[in-house]
Design a protein around this ligand. Structure first.
Ligand code: 5AD
Ligand code: SF4
Length: 480
């Protein structure tokens, strides 16, 4: 066992910033349940609320798997839970404020049920400012743990059950790659598959390299085995997950690369493969060719641009210019002509000028993205951009966001219209929440589609004729 004494019990962003050369081990026998915790949850319920990205969604599936192994049953009703976990996101301030709202709500639940264990985990737990605020204002939280030690939940829960004090265990530096933790997947036909953890890019606005640690890849053999098992269990679709999947394998001693991994996963024959997120900087031509070559790799790429202006991109630390991004964009469209490309954009980066913002608009018009996730810049304490003075008023940033979103809507509709009257393959997710006579699912191109169809085909891939194209979704009828 490694000596973990260098890891802190509370978070420290300065420590989290350091990228050590210490070797990362791939361990498959670290997860354990203390003898006196076996069945501790029998007859009791847990509730997990997940904020943020797919990495968190997948982590919550591990938390659920561990709690079920301890005997707890899942509950959708927070009021009847004996263990409540908030798996939090730190990416923007408004994500954090949502969490604090919920923390206040749980305070009241604890008044009625003093035995309730209330835990907070995920990215916010990795931030010193958050822990300070909790210690000062929210002492009713029983347990705080971070993104690197979720496999220690049985031990931490035990401490929280017996301790009168708040239990805080946050490792500022990542540990090893831990295999063989339990998992209870939220979905029975689509699965998230982690391929790597952490991020080394250090874009100047982003907190993730601090909250998720340095890049660590899982071994290709472990990933492929997971996909093969999922296929055998009847899963139709997997999404390979990493903060920057293109960097996959760079930290391993073997020949692994994302292109090779994608190809190997494609050869398992699982019906649908997706991946997210890609950084434009190391998106290789090999990768594009592999995506084009295999029918079971879906033609949908999320390629965050963040800004259309090279100077802003430089200040953001993005490592590419507008021209280089456009080159890559057009190369992808050439090799995979009908490929869906989506993006992320931040408006109102410190001191962004009107002209620089207009460069983002013109890039958007050129790329005509299928969809974009657009955000107002939010300063994150500890990141370089948070130290920059900013002369752009917030109202101006809001107006820029609205101007951008208008084009986003226009292009989303245009890109959906290209499927009008076509027959598309749809993986059926279930009954539409808005209309119980309609089914809902996603096309290969990652288009949301609501359609009239057969309920017995939920979880299967079916043919659907597109009868209407709207801004955010398609409508259709199943062909049987
Ligand atoms: N402020 C606003 N948006 C941010 N993102 C990341 N950090 C910030 C921040 N500080 C956005 C980026 C990223 C997406 C996941 O969130 O666009 O791609
Ligand atoms: Fe995911 Fe980033 Fe939010 Fe953490 S901060 S949950 S990694 S989006």
């Amino acid at each position: 066992m490694k000596d973990y004494s260098q890891y802190f019990k509370g978070p420290n962003l300065q420590e989290a910033k350091k990228r050590s050369h210490q070797q990362v081990d791939h361990l498959d026998d670290v997860f354990e349940i203390p003898a006196d915790m076996v069945n501790v949850g029998r007859g009791k319920k847990y509730y997990i609320h997940t904020y943020g990205c797919q990495a968190n969604e997948r982590d919550s599936e591990t938390l659920a798997g561990i709690l079920e192994m301890l005997g707890y049953d899942q509950s959708d009703d927070i009021k009847e839970a004996d263990v409540i976990l908030l798996n939090t996101c730190a990416i923007r301030e408004n994500a954090e404020e949502k969490v604090f709202g919920k923390v206040g709500y749980v305070k009241n639940l604890k008044k009625n049920n003093p035995d309730l264990i209330f835990g907070l985990c995920g990215c916010m737990a990795q931030e010193e400012v958050v822990i300070q605020r909790i210690l000062e204002k929210h002492p009713h939280i029983d347990l705080i743990f971070g993104t690197h030690n979720i496999h220690r939940l049985p031990q931490l829960l035990k401490e929280a059950m017996y301790s009168k004090e708040m239990v805080v265990e946050v490792w500022s530096k990542e540990g090893d790659v831990i295999e063989n933790t339990p998992v209870t997947r939220a979905n029975h036909h689509k699965a998230w598959v982690n391929i790597m953890y952490g991020c080394n890019k250090f874009c100047t606005y982003c907190i993730v390299p601090y909250t998720r640690g340095k890049e660590r890849s899982r071994l290709m053999s472990d990933i492929v085995k997971e996909v093969e098992d999922l296929k055998e269990q009847g899963y139709q679709e997997i999404t390979l997950l990493g903060q920057n999947v293109n960097s996959y394998g760079k930290d391993l001693d073997d020949q692994s690369s994302f292109a090779l991994l994608l190809e190997t996963v494609a050869k398992t024959g699982i019906s649908r493969i997706r991946f997210t997120t890609s950084h434009p900087w190391d998106f290789s031509k090999d990768m594009i060719e592999v995506i084009a070559k295999y029918d079971n790799i879906m033609p949908a790429i999320h390629l965050p641009v963040q800004s259309g202006n090279s100077n802003v991109l430089k200040l953001m630390g993005r490592r590419y210019t507008r021209e280089q991004y456009l080159d890559l964009f057009h190369t992808i469209k050439e090799i995979i002509p009908d490929c869906t490309i989506t993006t992320d954009i931040i408006v109102g980066f410190p001191n962004e000028t009107e002209e620089q913002f207009e460069d983002t608009l013109s890039l958007y018009r050129e790329c005509e993205y299928d969809l974009a996730y657009t955000f107002i810049y939010s300063p994150r304490e500890g990141t370089p951009a948070a130290k920059m003075k900013d002369n752009v008023p917030f109202e101006e940033k809001q107006q820029r966001l609205e101007r951008l979103n208008e084009i986003v809507r226009e292009k989303a509709l245009k890109q959906n219209q290209r499927f009008y009257n076509q027959v598309v393959d749809v993986l059926v997710d279930g009954v539409s929440k808005k209309d119980e006579n309609m089914l809902t699912g996603y096309t290969a191109h990652q288009k949301l589609i609501n359609f009239k169809g057969r309920k017995e085909d939920i979880g299967q891939i079916v043919k659907v004729k597109v009868t209407e194209a709207k801004t955010w979704a398609l409508k259709g009828e199943q062909i049987v």
